[in-house]
Design a binder for this molecule. Structure first.
Ligand SMILES: [Zn+2]
Length: 339
């Protein structure tokens, strides 16, 4: 202990002092009110030190444990892993292939939120009925919205304006996510600031490389053939960034929220567009039931161009298990189907 350091700040010493007091009492010493008060204060101090967030974190890390960051989607978990390396543990609520719009949290998710230091969500209503913010709030944990500061696209679905939550489909927006996550983690872990920012810098360079590679790739498709038809409206940010027109029969959400859900008029309009525009192929999404898009393909007499990662990355060990991997595989599938 450093000279001059208040010994009451050390839990061991506090416990020893307290035990000495109790031992003295057992020997028959009279415990006056002052002593009882001091002992009570000591116990309260120990309890306060042990439950304090910093102490729990320090205790957990001293035991070989790492601080836990809980993410809602696979993409956000991947961004976070690229930033934290091995310094923190990243957990994800959604499994590969799961649908964030319709997800219902489980008691296990609530347990994970209780163990986490910080929860991170996409925001923009991607997490249907705000399930991630609710998990964090119920566990008393801070929530970070990765899409904060993104310029959201607006969707006009049957006259109702909604903001499009699928912002990560532009690597430029993915960079905003990475900066938001990095600054939140640096604030919570000042001792890791330099290493977190260093990893983020490399990952941001990878995102810029991804963006310029996509631009080169989509040039292979003649402009009139750049029409992307998928199950639900997940690809607007991609379409705007890389010069595609896109159509999705289900709307922006797979759930029955505002603007979401399939209607017969949307089905007809998509089939008509495919025929009128001479679309070469339509695409299935990994996190959405392919039945509808298969029906559309059959009705319009068009091929299925392949399967795209939309709201979820691929399973472990698949080519799409990372954000950069899923974007790369999507672009190869889209360009291969439409060129
Ligand atoms: Zn979606």
């Amino acid at each position: 202990m450093h000279r001059g350091q208040n010994h009451l700040s050390n839990p061991d010493i506090v416990i020893r002092i307290t035990l000495r007091e109790i031992a003295g009492a057992k020997k028959g010493e009279m415990l006056n009110r002052q002593k009882i008060f001091l002992i009570s204060c000591s116990f309260l101090l120990v309890a306060w030190i042990l439950v304090g967030t910093d102490s729990v974190r320090a205790f957990s890390r001293a035991q070989g444990g790492k601080g836990i960051i809980l993410c809602s989607t696979t993409q956000i978990a991947d961004f976070t892993r690229n930033i934290v390396g091995d310094s923190l543990e990243v957990k994800c609520i959604l499994a590969p292939g799961a649908d964030p719009h319709t997800y219902m949290p489980t008691p296990k998710d609530a347990q994970m939120a209780a163990q986490a230091e910080i929860c991170i969500q996409n925001g923009l209503h991607l997490e249907g009925k705000n399930w991630m913010a609710t998990l964090a709030k119920d566990a008393g944990k801070p929530i970070v919205t990765a899409a904060e500061g993104v310029q959201p696209l607006e969707l006009d679905t049957d006259g109702k304006i909604t903001t499009d939550p699928h912002a990560w489909f532009s690597p430029k927006n993915a960079a905003i996510y990475v900066r938001n996550i990095t600054s939140a983690l640096c604030e919570a872990n000042p001792s890791l600031k330099w290493s977190l920012e260093s990893r983020a810098k490399l990952y941001l360079a990878e995102l810029r490389a991804l963006d310029s590679w996509i631009r080169q790739m989509v040039h292979i498709i003649p402009v009139p053939q750049r029409i992307l038809v998928t199950s639900h409206d997940a690809f607007n940010y991609f379409a705007v960034e890389y010069g595609f027109r896109n159509q999705a029969p289900v709307g922006w959400s797979t759930g029955s929220e505002v603007g979401g859900g399939m209607t017969p008029s949307r089905f007809k309009s998509v089939v008509a567009s495919i025929k009128n525009l001479g679309v070469k192929a339509v695409f299935v999404e990994t996190s959405v039931n392919p039945k509808l898009i298969r029906e559309i393909a059959r009705e319009a007499g068009v091929a299925i161009g392949g399967e795209l990662y939309s709201d979820s990355m691929g399973a472990e060990d698949s080519a799409g298990e990372t954000y950069i991997g899923m974007m790369r595989e999507n672009v190869i599938t889209i360009v291969g189907g439409l060129k």
